[in-house]
Design a protein around this ligand. Structure first.
Ligand SMILES: [Zn+2]
Length: 106
């Protein structure tokens, strides 16, 4: 069976979400070392999966360092910033700290 790019990305996301859930369940039990989660190997259809987004040359992107949505950091795979109220507050605090410092060379 051949997969289209949409199905591959869905498989990719499901695989990593399953791993994350398994890790969360392990964390909830207090990281017991005698019951470490055993993760499924990456399905063979996903090995070497490429980003595939169109770049500025109009060619498919060949990066393989993909994020959870199956795209590279340049094509929609990176974080969109803090979402929780604590995270937003922390980012704002860092911003004020950074820009409250005097400029060295004027
Ligand atoms: Zn890409």
């Amino acid at each position: 069976m051949t997969y289209g790019t949409r199905e591959l990305r869905k498989l990719w996301r499901e695989h990593w979400e399953e791993s994350a859930n398994r890790h969360k369940a392990w964390a909830a039990t207090g990281y017991r070392h005698n019951s470490k989660p055993v993760h499924n190997p990456l399905p063979s259809v996903l090995v070497g999966m490429k980003c595939g987004a169109r770049n500025r040359k109009g060619e498919p992107c060949n990066r393989v360092d993909l994020e959870l949505n199956g795209r590279c950091k340049f094509h929609g795979g990176r974080s969109t910033g803090p979402t929780s109220t604590e995270g937003i507050a922390r980012a704002r605090a860092n911003l004020t700290l950074r820009w409250s410092e005097p400029l060295v060379n004027g």
